[in-house]
Design a protein around this ligand. Structure first.
Ligand code: NAD
Ligand code: WQD
Length: 340
């Protein structure tokens, strides 16, 4: 069984990916500092899979800690690097916090395992495209100037990985540019755990429905889109998790070398108002929402061309917006009744 180091493996996307790795016969080794996750997520993963992965609680932004990790876990075949801070607004206020964590952690990992033939999957983001000129956006689209320090860390990280591969290191690297991950595992035992007031649409919808928030504001209905609200490519987190397994499998293939990048979305756009209406339909609830002003920094519309991932990763999404909303709602109900 190939050992795969999963950094940020107790976080939202990481925990779902650990489950899919186990399902696919890999042996995940989790690293997380619990800065945005909870140790009980390890128990939840164990309940779902019947297997308790090895877990190292440590901070990857510390160079010596990561060198020690590489000594303790020398025989890994792959790394999936999720660990990062991800709050766009906070990154504008505290840029150094984001550069330190998101960049140091990546460099420390690459340095500590340098020289070993490791298949490395990196969590990038559609944020690198900003507002694309052509939709659906392909991987060849120009990278736009980053709108936030967070977005900049993704652009810089892709360059660091490209340069590391170009320098002839033994790494193979795939950067996955996620669109908007939402939803939860169908067991409802793991899901997104926003700290404080959620910034993202779907947790705000479910927290409003459960009564934690009084109402949700739709940030603008005067955009140049069919219903005036912003359009995104929402992707179910379990489909996204499976894309990481597909990326590892592609790199295990001797025909793959070097660096490549893939859009990971459904290839279709959903507006904010459509998302709200879908939630209302699948939950049978009326959501208290109103139209408010635009949120500064929002792109109007983005969805991905995902044909490269279909062709080369042999991967596609199975789950649609109804399942995204119903699974997010099942998780919200579970976690409100079973707080960690
Ligand atoms: P998350 O916050 O739920 O997971 C990140 C995990 O990394 C957390 O468990 C946190 O405790 C851990 N972590 C952070 N810094 C660490 C450090 N220095 N050492 C060890 N562990 C550390 O976030 P997520 O939504 O699962 O996102 C995972 C990755 O995907 C991130 O790199 C994020 O930028 C990227 N991404 C997320 C989205 C999204 O909308 N969720 C979209 C595109 C890309
Ligand atoms: C989706 C839509 C909002 C909340 C962010 C990051 C991006 C990436 C994914 C990591 C937008 C609208 C939201 C609310 C609303 N993350 N909305 N009311 O902005 O596409 O992307 O997460 O890489 O970098 O910027 O996602 O979920 O915040 O918003 O109307 O209360 O929902 O305006 O149109 P976004 P989101």
């Amino acid at each position: 069984m190939s050992k795969i180091l999963v950094t940020g493996g107790l976080g939202y996307i990481g925990s779902h990916t650990v489950v899919e790795l186990i399902n696919a016969g890999f042996e995940p080794v989790i690293v997380d500092d619990l800065s945005n996750s909870h140790p009980k997520i390890l128990d939840q993963i164990t309940k779902i899979t019947g297997h308790k992965p090895v877990f190292h609680q440590l901070d990857l932004s510390d160079e010596h800690t990561v060198k020690n990790l590489a000594t303790a876990e020398p025989d890994i075949a792959g790394v999936i690097h999720f660990a990062a801070f991800k709050a766009v607004g906070e990154s504008v206020q505290l840029p150094l916090k984001y550069y330190r964590n998101n960049i140091y952690s990546l460099v420390n990992l690459l340095d500590a395992y340098y020289g070993k033939p490791i298949n490395f999957v990196f969590s990038s983001s559609c944020t690198v495209y900003g507002q694309p000129d052509v939709l659906p956006v392909t991987e060849q689209a120009p990278i736009k100037p980053a709108q936030s320090p967070y977005g900049n860390t993704k652009q810089i990280a892709e360059e660091i990985l490209f340069d590391t591969v170009s320098a002839g290191s033994a790494y193979k690297v795939i950067a996955l540019r996620y669109f908007n991950p939402v939803g939860a595992h169908d067991s409802a035992l793991i899901g997104e755990l926003p700290i404080g007031v959620p910034q993202n649409l779907v947790p705000f919808i479910t927290q409003t429905a459960i009564g934690k928030r009084e109402k949700i504001t739709v940030f603008g209905d005067d955009y140049n889109t069919p219903d005036g609200s912003c359009v995104r490519d929402y992707i179910h987190v379990v489909d996204l998790a499976k894309a990481h397994v597909a990326a590892l499998k592609l790199m295990e293939n001797n025909n793959f070398s070097g660096y490549d990048v893939f859009n990971i979305g459904t290839g279709t756009g959903t507006s904010v108002l459509e998302a709200i209406k879908t939630f209302e339909r699948v939950s049978g609830l009326k959501l208290n929402y109103s139209i408010g002003p635009r949120r500064s920094g929002d792109v109007e519309q983005v969805w991905g061309n995902v044909s490269k991932a279909a062709e080369k990763l042999n991967w596609k999404t199975d789950l649609g917006i109804d399942t995204m909303m119903s699974s997010a709602w099942a998780w919200e109900k579970y976690i409100s009744q079973n707080p960690l």
